[in-house]
Unconditional design. Structure first.
Length: 248
């Protein structure tokens, strides 16, 4: 049985991002979205079982902390989502089960849900369902912007410590997630391989390999790390034609 979720948030971009995360997990079901906290105050008590209530804190008319005092008892678990870390203490005073500080990654989101519902295995090792062929990330440059990334368009992903740079066929996007989390998300997708501690690449966009250098189809030159060289070369060997020339 799926976990029934509701969202209470007045920000459209935040809602869209959260929806994409929920839809990516087969064990979650989004049953209602409230953009007006006063409507949530009236309607939430009338809803059927609510397993997870995702609630923003900074909302007009009534903030999430005050709203939670009235309606949190109608959900098994309450998770606050907010751009303001100063609300963390207030959130736990109303017995919130987790506190997601925007912008948060799919891995951080999945970790929160898995810890609250460990038996449901909502997401296994952070793998996202690929039914739609894409996922959303929040831009580091403009945090209110959610950008759709197609798996098939990813050329490579570069680690920038707590961020990654995703190079696609059409654009370059920097978003808040680690390369380790990104690797876990992509695990099970055969197109992707790690060639260096700082780089994941899509094998189908390899143009040429010279020694320890890989040229991608967009012109990027990447270096194969010593630790990763054997798996890269194994991939190449499996796809190299062995042609024997005969003298006439």
């Amino acid at each position: 049985m799926k976990l029934r979720c509701i969202i209470i948030d007045d920000d459209t971009n935040s809602i869209n991002g959260l929806k994409s995360y929920i839809n990516a997990m087969p064990q979650l079901e989004l049953v209602k979205i409230f953009t007006n906290p006063l409507e949530a105050l009236v309607e939430v008590p009338t809803l059927k079982t609510i397993d997870i209530m995702f609630m923003d804190v900074d909302m007009p008319m009534i903030n999430g902390i005050e709203l939670a005092k009235s309606i949190s008892q109608y959900a098994q678990k309450l998770i606050f989502t907010t751009s303001h870390g100063v609300y963390a203490l207030d959130a736990f005073e109303v017995h919130a089960h987790d506190f997601l500080l925007k912008p948060y990654s799919i891995a951080r989101f999945a970790d929160a849900v898995n810890r609250l519902f460990p038996k449901t295995q909502v997401i296994q090792e952070h793998n996202i369902e690929r039914n739609d062929g894409y996922f959303f990330v929040r831009s580091k440059k403009e945090r209110n912007n959610l950008i759709r990334i197609r798996y098939d368009d990813i050329i490579y992903i570069e680690s920038l410590q707590n961020y990654v740079r995703i190079q696609t066929l059409n654009e370059q996007v920097v978003t808040y997630i680690s390369l380790t989390e990104m690797r876990n998300i992509l695990e099970g997708y055969p197109d992707f391989i790690q060639i260096h501690r700082s780089f994941l690449i899509s094998q189908k966009y390899i143009a040429k390999i010279e020694g320890n250098s890989i040229y991608m189809t967009d012109g990027s030159l990447l270096t194969i790390g010593k630790f990763y060289r054997e798996q890269v070369m194994e991939y190449i060997r499996d796809r190299t034609l062995n042609i024997t020339y005969r003298e006439r």
